[in-house]
Design a binder for this molecule. Structure first.
Ligand SMILES: [Zn+2]
Length: 188
């Protein structure tokens, strides 16, 4: 395929041998969310603590009309919210998904993980058994790329321009959540 850049149309793609076929590439606007998940799987973030933290962040200029500034997250972001889904959920990348492998034999474990997660949602064990070698592993021992976290609540920075919290942002989030991990979620 050759790429022809035509003013007003963006890049049209046509076959190197002209077969008359043109493709208009779809511009996929994806969004990146930075999700802060408490290290304690069953920790639920206190809504009142978040409400008062948000007011304080607005006063100190870290949030402007609800949008996190570059003081909190690299490049700033569009909005942020507290997520409390009411059950354990997997906080994970969406566009392109994520992959799970057995730490013992290296086989894919997407299916056993998904099945185990169904039970874990409502309090079942956070463990999955490899169909290939039979080894049962706690979720945290599974090899997962990109990283995921299971939790019952999270503080979500939506549509961020960078992929890391600033030091100040990290401390501010820790004051609300306690110890936490960051999951990046690309959404189409
Ligand atoms: Zn295995």
């Amino acid at each position: 395929m050759r790429t022809a850049r035509l003013s007003g149309w963006g890049a049209l793609r046509c076959d190197a041998m002209d077969t008359g076929r043109l493709e208009v590439p779809v511009r996929v606007r994806s969004r990146l969310d930075l999700i802060c998940v408490p290290k304690g799987v069953d920790d639920v973030v206190d809504a009142h603590r978040w409400t008062s933290a948000r007011a304080e962040w607005e006063r100190s200029g870290w949030l402007v009309d609800g949008a996190p500034t570059a003081e909190l997250v690299d490049g700033g972001g569009a909005s942020m919210r507290l997520d409390v889904p009411g059950a354990r959920v997997v906080y994970a990348n969406q566009l392109g998904g994520f992959r799970v492998w057995c730490p013992a034999c290296g086989e894919g474990m997407a299916r056993p993980f998904a099945k185990a997660m169904e039970g874990a949602r409502t309090g079942g064990p956070l463990r999955a058994q490899c169909a290939a070698c039979g080894v049962e592993s706690p979720f945290e021992a599974l090899k997962v790329r990109p990283p995921i976290r299971v939790g019952r609540s999270a503080l979500v920075f939506e549509d961020v321009n960078g992929s890391t919290l600033t030091d100040a942002g990290s401390s501010a989030v820790e004051a609300v959540l306690g110890a936490f991990d960051v999951v990046l979620r690309r959404v189409s």
